[in-house]
Write a protein that binds this ligand. Structure first.
Ligand code: HEM
Length: 142
């Protein structure tokens, strides 16, 4: 079980590297006017989005393995509220990941209307979600 948990944490951390950095590229894209630089940033964003999508799959699959196969946090019973709340955060993270994909498509078509300030705030969301998920799974407050 500990090997699965160790791999779960490794893939979660790798997935978050992408969730943290891709919106930062969007901040730069929203400010950039030089076509060569925009092309370069778009190439980086495309590669990063593909990479972080590949990493999200084992991160979530290994978590589900711990939950359903080892039964950690499984069931409606008291004391598993942390797992239910954590699953809620995971759904938000998958939504955020998907939103990054849609925003990237908008940049590729030159249709982005959002300011670099908006993307700076957008970039804060995964920080808050990670904080909440780690506190829930380590402290298990409810
Ligand atoms: C569907 C997705 C996920 C499921 C089903 C899941 C489930 C689990 C389970 C059952 C454990 C074992 C807890 C224990 O042994 O006490 C665990 C550990 C952990 N999970 Fe997840 N997880 C998921 C996604 C995530 C995400 C997105 C994060 C991001 C922060 C995360 C962070 C952690 C950490 C840090 C641990 C180790 C906790 C410890 O050793 O005390 N997990 N996960």
């Amino acid at each position: 079980m500990l090997w699965i948990k160790a791999l779960h944490i490794v893939f979660v951390a790798s997935w978050f590297a992408g969730l943290f950095y891709l919106p930062r590229i969007f901040v730069n894209l929203a400010m950039e006017t030089e076509p060569m630089v925009i092309e370069r940033l778009l190439l980086m964003a495309r590669k990063l989005y593909r990479f972080m999508t590949i990493l999200a799959v084992p991160a979530i699959a290994l978590g589900i393995w711990l939950w359903l196969v080892y039964g950690i946090g499984r069931g409606p019973g008291p004391g598993n509220g942390w797992m239910h709340a954590k699953l809620g955060i995971v759904v938000l993270l998958i939504g955020y990941h998907h939103a990054c994909g849609s925003l990237l498509k908008k940049f590729e078509r030159g249709h982005n209307k959002r300011s670099h300030k908006w993307f700076r705030w957008f970039n804060e969301a995964p920080v808050i979600l990670m904080l909440a998920a780690v506190i829930l799974v380590v402290v298990k407050p409810f």
